[in-house]
Design a protein around this ligand. Structure first.
Ligand SMILES: C[S@@+](CC[C@H](N)C(=O)[O-])C[C@H]1O[C@@H](n2cnc3c(N)ncnc32)[C@H](O)[C@@H]1O
Ligand code: SF4
Length: 375
């Protein structure tokens, strides 16, 4: 088997943001050293899954809470056990409240060559209402430190549709972000996730969110500004300068085999999708004992796998090459999806041209509607 991407999940945060439902925990930082040992053990136990990685991704949680020496150890193990090439993309998610120039210099020396920052907004009030640990000035300082350390491939995340956010503020966040001249930007409409503080507030009518029309305009404004600044959209939420697309995330959208290690990390290997146990403590104990515990596992039947691959592929602005689809799935696109393709093409959300099927710009805004029909 050949996995192309390795994801390492770091499930620790200094404080939990109010909108976040990722598998992450505050107050457990003392576990980090044994967690890193567990990741190494898990990598060693998984070494048979393949060589020839294209990318390594440290995601979270807050990977920037790791010591650079711990990141260096994990990269070294990936090189040793999975033959991670020297020129592979190695990304680390960084939270602006947790970083310094010296740390970035050490991370770069360790082999990290791409940083992804969670900036989210350019207004103090929004950072506070999201529960972020940093202010606007710290975001800018983190960016300057990354550049100072020589990082020339940096991404930043923004969010729109925030409580009390108006269109002028969103425009301000976009212009502020573009002012850093990033190679890559991701922006996401706020989703209210069950189990979060935002969900509680929403349920009790205390979260004044912009209405759907305003949110759709915010999304369109973002797309327009990115294009004007030379960042081409290549996925619903992702924009990059030429040659700067996220190699790792593209593996997911192309439905390639990827291995996820760490608490709650998902893998997709040989048609089986499975998740490591979510509890960091249980993960540490089981991985150090020789076999990281799994919590969920599912073998997708071929039709299910095609439906999921269709939704993932259509997230990309270039859509899906139908000849390639036939080769990879052994099935004709229209055998499964003739009806939804006809319907959504008629509604102006999908288009088929030059042997490809893709979402239109209207379809990008209403992508979930199309995906529901494909699943
Ligand atoms: C994998 S997350 C982790 C990033 C990192 N932990 C941080 O917050 O700085 C990547 C991005 O997803 C976005 N995100 C997380 N939760 C979200 C939610 N409930 N709704 C919309 N976007 C969300 C944020 O922009 C975040 O930076
Ligand atoms: S820093 Fe990122 S992972 Fe951590 S709580 Fe906030 S959004 Fe979630």
């Amino acid at each position: 088997m050949m996995i192309k991407g390795l994801y390492l999940h770091i499930p620790f945060c200094s404080r939990r943001c109010f909108y976040c439902d990722f598998n992450t925990y505050e107050g457990l930082e003392s576990l980090i050293p044994s967690y890193v040992d567990a990741l190494v053990a898990d990598m060693q136990a998984s070494r048979d899954l393949g060589f020839g990685l294209h990318s390594l991704y440290f995601g979270g949680g807050t990977p920037s809470l790791l010591e650079p020496s711990q990141v260096a150890l994990l990269i070294q193990q990936a090189r040793l056990l999975f033959k991670l090439p020297q020129d592979a993309e190695v990304t680390l998610e960084a939270n602006p409240g947790t970083v310094s120039l010296a740390q970035f210099q050490a991370l770069r020396a360790a082999g990290v060559n791409r940083l992804s920052f969670g900036f989210q907004a350019a207004q103090r009030e929004h950072l506070q209402s999201l529960g972020r640990i940093h202010d606007v000035a710290q975001s800018a300082q983190a960016w300057t430190a990354a550049r100072g350390a020589g990082f020339d491939n940096c991404s930043l995340d923004l969010m729109f549709g925030l409580p009390g956010q108006d269109e002028a503020q969103w425009l301000e966040s976009l212009n502020w972000a573009l002012g850093f001249q990033p190679e890559h930007i991701s922006f996401y409409g706020l989703t209210i996730e069950k189990g979060t503080r935002f969900h509680q507030l929403h349920q009790s009518g205390q979260l004044p969110l912009p209405d759907d029309e305003v949110q759709a305009r915010m999304y369109e404004t973002g797309i327009r500004l990115m294009a004007e600044a030379g960042l081409a959209q290549y996925e619903i939420s992702n924009f990059a300068r030429p040659g700067r697309r996220s190699r790792h995330n593209q593996l997911y959208w192309k439905n390639e085999d990827t291995l996820g290690l760490g608490a709650g990390a998902w893998s997709y290997v040989g048609g089986r999708r499975y998740c490591r146990v979510k509890s960091p403590q249980t993960y540490i104990h089981s991985a150090l004992a020789g076999k990281a515990a799994e919590e969920e596992s599912e073998v997708l039947d071929p039709a299910q796998a095609r439906s999921e691959a269709a939704c993932l592929g259509l997230r990309q602005v270039d859509g899906i090459d139908l000849a390639e689809w036939q080769v990879r799935t052994g099935s004709d696109w229209y055998a499964d999806f003739a009806e939804p393709t006809r319907k959504y093409a008629g509604l102006g959300l999908l288009e088929t041209a030059q042997g490809r099927v893709k979402l239109t710009s209207k379809g990008l805004t209403l992508a979930n509607e199309v995906f529901c029909a494909l699943l």
